[in-house]
Every structure is written in structure tokens, then in C-alpha cells.
Ligand binder design. Sequence first.
Ligand code: ADP
Ligand code: MG
Length: 395
Amino acid sequence: MKIRVCVLFGGRSVEHEISVISGLQAYNSLDRQKYEVTAVYISKSGTMYCGERISDIGAYKDIDGLLRDSYPVAMARDGDGVKLLRLEPGLFKKPLIGYIDVVLPVVHGTNVEDGTAAGYLNMLGAAYAGCDILSSSVGMDKYATKLILRESGIPVLDCRVYTVREYDTNPMSVTASVESELSYPVIVKPVNLGSSVGISVARDKEELVSALEEAFRYSRRVLVERAISSLTEINCSVLGDYDSCETSLLERPVSTEEILSYSDKYIAGSKGSKGMASTKRVIPADISLETTRAIEELAKKAFTALGCCGVARLDFMIDNSSGSIYLNEINTIPGSLSFYLWEPKGVSYSELLDRLISLALKRRRDDSSITYTFDTNVLSNVSLQGAKGAKLGGK
Ligand SMILES: Nc1ncnc2c1ncn2[C@@H]1O[C@H](COP(=O)(O)OP(=O)(O)O)[C@@H](O)[C@H]1O
Ligand SMILES: [Mg+2]
């Protein structure tokens, strides 16, 4: 029997469109000899949809029209499995769409990639590919990522974090803190976004104020760190889980602006239809063998330290003036699932998806050997009145 796979994409995130591209790339690359595949699109307002046109990339030119032709769905637990249900069933439209063995979340950004999708799927007891709740949410928060990486001996740039409350209450104290603790140029980033949204470099106080205001439009917490003036960026994908992992080829993305922008990542050099696979890049990265090996080792160490599973992309920065390597960030569900870094290593896109699905099923098997319940039922001889004085001290 074929494995029933549900590809989940979209979501309430500024990277919504990129996720549609990544999701449909994955949908089209899954081996139909092995899998029965259903596409589930999460709209910008957070509703899940199925329908004939949901897997047609052309239909997303008119999302309102697409939603009119599609129908809202929900997932529900059923025995040991998970089923997909049509909400608002009609006379000739039964609620049950089908059963799901594995979910493949191809979502990017806040409200989905940040552990939200993993939490939803975990609650349902669904087997799903990729990082679990904790690694997803830590990976989405650039500050939390740095703390864990630093603790694990992986080099990261020092940074300061400010909240919108602090800034609104006393903007001068925030700019003064940046100026006393870091030196210009600095780079300002929303703590939990991706795709370069809300990020800018500041060379003086005036630019710092506009950079902070821009970043605070997207997040209640922003991070400020030294901007590396002479920068080489290197990305490395890692595939595996807690037991073992391996690295892809390295890439050097090429930017046309001071920082690698949204347009560099998704628009430049293409008609904007290939997602992360369209970025201008050099593969394998044109750096020394020694630096390549050092980055591969750091990438695997970071993947393990953060407790990742599936395929992630770890982005590094080399400060050309000192040769120092820093891990900048992790993408727990990378654009285009980084397939373009695996293909030149001999792992085809459909093989990469096979590996993700078997890792998901392996985690499910490993999880099933863990005890989550006790047979004794404390509730069997409890009444609220009798328990009034109980302090539930163990909790
Ligand atoms: N400390 C830094 N110094 C110089 N450039 C940086 C620094 N941090 C980020 N950048 C530039 O900004 C881009 C986006 O920053 P990044 O932290 O990767 O955020 P995102 O999650 O949006 O991709 C990077 O790809 C790089 O070009
Ligand atoms: Mg980045």
C-alpha cells in the first residue's frame, strides 16, 4: 500500500508566497509510485484548504478565486491515525477526504515554521517530517538560537536585544545602549523573521533610528549586532536526526546589495517562480577545502545541538578581514528544502523527500516506545470536595 502523504504549505507569515513555491515543488517531486499525495494550503488568514486547483501554482495568481474554488478542511485524530475532513460538507460531499500517514510541512516563517505547525501535528499525534516543536521554535528565534549555539561552543556574533516597549518608553536609552555596547556599522533585525524582511544596516544614529523603527514594524523584539563590512556568506544544508546527520555541498549566495535581500533570494536571476532555488549562487562554494571542512563540522554540531530533524540549512558568515567564521542563523524548513544543494551530491529531490519521510516515520517509531501515560488513575477516587485541601505538591 502507498504511504499517504499530506504536503502542508502557506500560512500566516510574510514568507507565505515562498512557502507556496517550496510546497508545490515538493508536491510535484514526491514519487507517486510510493506515495499517495494530498496538498493542503494554509491561507494567509490561517485556514486550511484542499481542492483540485490547490496544487496548481498558476492558480495562486488569484488567491481569492482559488479559495472560492476550494474548500476548508481540518485534520482530526482517528484511532491511531489522522484523517483529513472537509468542513462544511454538502449533500453529495462527504466530510471524510482521506487518511494521512505522514505530514510534510513545507512552511516558512512565523505562525507555522516556528513550532506552531509542529505543535498542531504533535497534538494530533500525526507523524510529520522535520524539526520538533522545540527545535523549530528555537530555530525561528535568532536570539535563542545564538544562546544555545554559544553554549555549545559554536561561534556566533555578540548581539543586544530590545523590546518595542523599551523603545517606545525611552528610544534614546536604546540608541545609547547600542552606541555604548556595539560600534557602527550595526545591523538591526526582527528577532523572529526570515527572508531579510525588516533588516537594515545603520552607520550612524539617524540610520539606527530608522532601522529600529523598520524592524519593530515586524516584531516586538529586535536584535542588533555588529555588521560585518567585508562579508562572505556560506550556507550548508544538513540532513538527518539525533542519531546521525550529513552535510550537503556548500553554497555561496551572491548578493547585489549590501545585504542579501528578499529580491536577491527569490527574484533576481529568475522570473520569481523558483523560490530559494532561483537565488544567484556558487555551488560548491569557492572557498578553501579547510574552511569547507570547518563549516561542515560546525553545521553538523549545530544541527545536533539544536535537536534538529529532517533537512535544515545553516547559514554562516565569514569576516574576510579576520577570517573568522560565525554561524548566523538556521532555517529549520529551508526555502526549496535546499534540494539544489543535495542534487549535485547525487541525492535527487525525490530521494531527499524519501529520506524526510522515513526520518518522520522513524521518529514516530522511537516515540511510540516512550511512556506518556500511567495505568493508575488518580482520578478514580478523587472528589473535588475531598481534594479541596490537596496541594498537588508534586506539580
Ligand atoms: N552581522 C551581519 N553583518 C553583515 N551582514 C549581515 C549580518 N547579518 C546578516 N547580514 C546580511 O543580512 C542578510 C539577512 O540576515 P539574516 O540574519 O540571514 O536574516 P533572514 O532570516 O531574514 O535571512 C544576510 O543574508 C546577510 O546578507
Ligand atoms: Mg538568512
